[in-house]
Design a protein around this ligand. Structure first.
Ligand code: TYM
Length: 336
């Protein structure tokens, strides 16, 4: 049997994605976006706003439109540079939906049922959407279409990356070499930022309460207030101990991720929780200040975002479409 092969890549490819399901928070920034900003100068990088993933749960069309454009602007403010990387909306590149179907036909019910994100969002709920169940196949398509080797994500995406690898390895073995096997790149600090009000829960865009979520466009006084009200414990001893002191340890880790310092440096300088919170809030405010300033500037030219997404989709299609054609051919689908 004759099988097509892609020419070997001269560069290392990076792909990652983010859902336009709400405002970007400090966990998204420290867990993912900050790595994207670094990666764009080192690797051939693609970053996608995964609007098709955002419709796997109840949503408002108006909010989705607004969130998509606001997220694109926030990514630019965070330091992504359309000259250095490709930024695009997932729905603008139809190859994502198409490859997703091919991969759904290779993934098993058992594999998809074991995904913790699916279990958490209500596996037993009859009204849960089929798209939420097959979500990981679409995510695998996002990554595999670009032959990405590195996928910079936070800790919560590890299981999805494992499944993507399994799908790709199986596909290659069954139908011939088609996809590069990707790897998650997870930062050592800030890869799992916890909710300040509920330190046992991950900080999340879709959290019911905003008190525990630091949005990256929160004004300094809001950040200071949220940190000062962060849930800690009654021991009143400053110690880095994520298991027994999740609240205070989350604040320490946030400070470390923001400043690049070790926990011991913060611990040795503070005896009282109140003082420590003040130092943490100051570090987060300083970290986000340049980004917030750039966001204000970008708002003056909202057309810039649409232009960038249009160009990004063209660049993305150029890479994604040959992979889709290869996958179809290798699966035995006859070319038109
Ligand atoms: P999403 O939109 O939930 O999150 C975007 C990125 O932010 C990271 N993240 C966090 N990191 C640290 N602490 C937190 N509390 C925190 N919350 C979120 C996530 O790990 C992620 O890297 N399924 C993905 C989107 C996606 C994708 C892809 C990612 C779709 N296709 C292809 C990579 C490659 C998601 O829902 O991310």
């Amino acid at each position: 049997m004759r099988r097509c092969h892609l020419a070997s890549k001269a560069v290392i490819r990076v792909l990652s994605g983010i859902q336009p399901s709400g405002e970007l928070h400090i966990g998204n920034y420290l867990g993912a976006i900050r790595s994207w900003v670094r990666d764009q100068y080192e690797f051939d990088s693609f970053f996608t706003i995964v609007d098709l993933h955002a419709i796997t749960v109840e949503h408002s069309p108006e909010e989705l439109r607004k969130n998509t454009l606001r997220l694109a602007m926030t990514l630019l403010a965070a330091g992504l540079d359309p000259e250095a990387c490709t930024i695009f909306a997932q729905s603008h590149v139809s190859a994502h939906a198409e490859l997703s179907w091919l991969l759904e036909c290779t993934a098993t019910f058992g594999e998809l049922s074991r995904m913790t994100q699916f279990k958490d969002k209500g596996r037993s709920d009859e009204s849960i959407r089929a798209g939420l169940f097959t979500y990981p196949a679409l995510m695998a398509a996002d990554i595999l279409l670009y032959q990405a080797e590195r996928v910079p994500v936070g800790e919560d995406q590890r299981q999805h990356l494992e499944l993507t690898r399994d799908i790709a390895i199986r596909f290659n073995a069954k139908y011939g070499q088609t996809f590069t096997i990707p790897q998650a790149t997870i930062p050592p600090l800030g890869s799992r930022v916890m909710d300040l009000a509920h330190p046992a829960k991950k900080m999340s865009k879709s959290s019911q309460s905003t008190a525990g979520t630091i949005f990256i466009l929160d004004p300094p006084e809001t950040i200071a207030k949220k940190v000062s009200r962060a849930v800690t414990d009654t021991e009143n001893v400053v110690r880095f101990d994520p298991e027994n002191k999740p609240g205070i340890s989350n604040l320490i880790e946030l400070w470390c991720a923001a400043t690049g310092n070790e926990p011991s440096q913060l611990v040795s300088q503070h005896r009282m929780y109140g003082e420590l919170k003040k130092t943490v809030a100051d570090a987060l405010i300083a970290l986000l200040e340049p980004l917030q300033r750039r966001y204000q500037e970008l708002q003056k030219d909202p057309g810039e975002v649409s232009r960038m997404l249009k160009l990004g989709a063209e660049k993305a299609k150029f890479v994604a479409e040959p992979t889709l054609e290869l996958a179809k051919a290798n699966m035995g689908l006859v070319a038109p």
